[in-house]
Ligand binder design. Sequence first.
Ligand code: PEP
Ligand code: MN
Length: 257
Amino acid sequence: LVSRKRKVEDTVIDINGEKIGDGNPHFVCGPCAVESYEQVAKVAEQIKKHGLNIIRGGAFKPRTSPYDFQGLGFEGLEILKRVGDEYGLAVVSEIVRPQDMEQAAEYLDMIQIGARNMQNFELLKAAGEIDKPIILKRGMSATVSDFINAAEYINSKGNGNIILCERGIRTYETSTRNTLDITAVPILKQETHLPVMVDVTHSTGRRDLLIPAAKAAIAIGADAIMAEVHPDPAVALSDQQQQMDFDQFDTFMKTLK
Ligand code: PEP
Ligand code: MN
């Protein structure tokens, strides 16, 4: 169902006026994790300032260590929704359990499936049964073919509004957190009709590489860029190394525009 052979025209996902897949680059930015109302509201103000219409923020955080901040759960989704309503922004967050999908859809405009859950088939099927666009992130050890099959799971249950997000894969290279597989973008666009996003934050894990990685993504045909922004990354409860502060976010947006 997601194959280009099946449908030649690009799928365009309209979310709060942003038509992802229309040939122009779109941005999904926001903090790694929802930490408080004040924190998310500050980021929302910056996002509005740059003329963007979508904010992200994790409430269910799939952390590598069980002792790291796990997210605020539904309380986090409530904060995100409140900020979204107040600032006129569409909101995106990751959901990790199939049984939360329906309830989460009441708070969110778009639902993210994280890299660690790309082959959680019950979660994919649950995402296929809701009426919200899905950002599906590539598993860190998933081939392009595995990735496309994961999207197929969602589509097979009736939801074809899927954005494929390249977020870096595991290789022997240690200079970046993951290796950004930049050519996955045109391959995914050739093989499927779905919009393709590049997450420059989790792929590089390095603030100094966000701008060059985003430039490369846009040049190679990405439909959207994901990047993390925090009012004070040094005290962030997750991903301190790679979230941008507001000055860096200004430079990021101005450079890419
Ligand atoms: C995220 O986007 O918040 C995230 C955890 O990313 P990934 O699933 O790609 O690691
Ligand atoms: Mn993060």
